[in-house]
Design a protein around this ligand. Structure first.
Ligand SMILES: [Zn+2]
Length: 120
């Protein structure tokens, strides 16, 4: 079935243009807006830079980052990011922290100051 790439409306096979948007129809529906992970994506790509099961540590780090005007997105691990979950056992109890890629270097430096290097 053809779909309008703009409004996502599904049309009959014999329709070629969306009458509302004046857009050429395409074969597959437009991708759903995956705004879940990318609310602040206009500032750059969000990258996962730290994950910890320790809420106090997470709060400390978040506070330090925000003091430096670094926007940080914190999510509790849910297994949505299977690629990270696979690397981090017990990801259900992890607080994962994302920053935009342009802030990554600074964020890592702050992390080193606040938390130090990774401990076993
Ligand atoms: Zn349309």
């Amino acid at each position: 079935m053809p779909y309008c790439p703009k409004c996502g409306y599904e049309y009959n096979q014999n329709v070629e243009k969306c009458p509302d948007c004046d857009e050429q129809l395409v074969d597959s529906p437009p991708l759903p807006d995956d705004s879940d992970e990318s609310n602040d994506a206009d500032e750059g790509e969000l990258v996962l830079f730290y994950a910890t099961p320790d809420m106090v540590q997470m709060e400390m780090l978040k506070g330090a980052l925000e003091n430096e005007d670094i926007t940080v997105l914190v999510k509790r691990g849910t297994g949505v990011h299977a690629q990270f979950g696979a690397l981090l056992p017990g990801s259900h109890n992890l607080f994962k922290m994302w920053v935009t890629d342009k802030n990554l270097q600074k964020a890592l430096e702050i992390k080193e100051q606040v938390i130090g290097s990774e401990e076993e």
